[in-house]
Design a protein around this ligand. Structure first.
Ligand SMILES: [Zn+2]
Ligand SMILES: [Zn+2]
Length: 375
């Protein structure tokens, strides 16, 4: 196929430019699109739209677009052309869609039913995000009837960046074309047709939001993600006032409310990576973040969410604790945590009210007299 060959041949040679004597990766500046850029942003999308129409599908219900990166930034390492069903997603940052991905070394490309990684990175941070997106990919592939010529699961795009790795891990089912294959347009059409059918199948079976089907984050993953996000991501600015309660996910131990590690990250950062019971409490330095490792604990436990019309998963209700104190809050005799609870509650009472979370100390103590099993 002419368009694929053109990208294979011209993308890398055209991705560098000389700035003075130095060879650098080309930046995308307005009015400087090269023919290989417009193959990705114009020719391939138009061709795919024509193919979609020829299947008798309504092309207006799809968003088809390609990208070689953002204006004024360096050229994308992995250029792509995406086919989004508008009622599932309208941005490659989130949801799932069919996407033509060129490998970073331009030795192959893949037509892939894949997922937006940005959504995962925002919720879990990069590292746990990669783990989660591949879990969702596996779960999605399980419900599909996949023809034998397709690759199930992970791809190798020779990616060196998080977004490219996200596509490697987020791949549900894909068709591979090597630079040495002479891919015909008929072959491409047939593969696209099958992938669009798998796309429809997935929407029918799992709905528009695949991550709804994820198990609850394990306790370790949750703490690790919270610490990682606290140290690496720019802080999400939350609206003030009450927030809507989180949704429930059904895991091995029944339905539980989802906890967002981003909320915990805000609390951990505010506590400056110190135990809020007593900042002199020792902990260890995290291998990943190089900061003291603290754990996030919901002062009013998430099991109480049923009693509230507003979210309990907010930074105001999350305290940073050293691992010892955290275990104490879950496992110690009530007498050994009563004083700490009083101390934390009086420090947080006003902040909790700002989120419309209303509770008396007596009510909190009553909760901790029975079991607090969720972290
Ligand atoms: Zn402590
Ligand atoms: Zn806890």
């Amino acid at each position: 196929m002419l368009e694929l060959d053109k990208v294979f041949e011209e993308y890398l040679p055209n991705s560098e430019e000389m700035v003075g004597d130095v060879k650098t990766r080309r930046r995308l500046s307005p009015g400087q699109a090269l023919a290989v850029d417009t193959t990705i942003t114009d020719d391939l999308p138009r061709l795919i739209e024509i193919i979609i129409s020829s299947f008798g599908r309504d092309v207006k219900s799809y968003r088809v677009y390609g990208s070689v990166g953002q204006l004024n930034w360096t050229l994308a390492y992995i250029p792509w052309v995406a086919v989004l069903r508008r009622n599932i997603t309208t941005s490659t940052e989130r949801g799932y869609y069919v996407v033509l991905l060129f490998s970073q070394d331009m030795q192959e490309c893949f037509l892939s039913l894949n997922q937006g990684f940005t959504q995962f990175r925002e919720t879990f941070g990069d590292k746990i995000g990669q783990k989660k997106i591949s879990q969702v990919a596996r779960l999605a592939a399980e419900v599909l009837q996949i023809p034998p010529s397709f690759i199930v699961g992970r791809l190798d795009l020779s990616a060196t960046r998080p977004l490219g790795k996200g596509y490697e891990n987020g791949a549900i089912v894909s068709r591979r074309y090597s630079v040495h294959d002479d891919v015909s347009e008929d072959q491409f059409r047939a593969d696209l047709s099958q992938l669009l059918e798998l796309y429809d199948q997935l929407a029918t079976k799992l709905g528009t939001n695949l991550s709804d089907h994820l198990d609850q984050l394990s306790s370790d993953d949750y703490q690790e993600a919270a610490n990682e996000i606290a140290t690496t991501e720019t802080e999400k600015s939350l609206p003030s006032g009450s927030l809507l309660p989180p949704s429930k996910v059904v895991g091995k131990e029944g339905a539980k409310y989802k906890r967002n590690p981003e909320m915990a990250a805000i609390a951990i950062r505010a506590a400056k990576y110190q135990c809020e019971v007593d900042p002199s409490h020792g902990t260890f330095t995290s291998r990943k973040t190089k900061q003291p490792f603290v754990e996030a604990h919901h002062l009013i436990p998430m099991q109480q969410q049923d009693e509230y019309e507003v979210s309990l998963d907010v930074p105001e209700n999350i305290v940073a604790l050293c691992p010892g104190c955290h275990r104490r809050f879950h496992h110690a005799r009530f007498g050994e945590l009563k004083a700490s609870l009083g101390q934390l509650f009086s420090a947080r009472e006003g902040a909790l009210k700002s989120r419309d979370i209303v509770l008396e100390l007596a009510g909190l103590l009553k909760i901790y007299k029975s079991d607090v099993d969720e972290d």
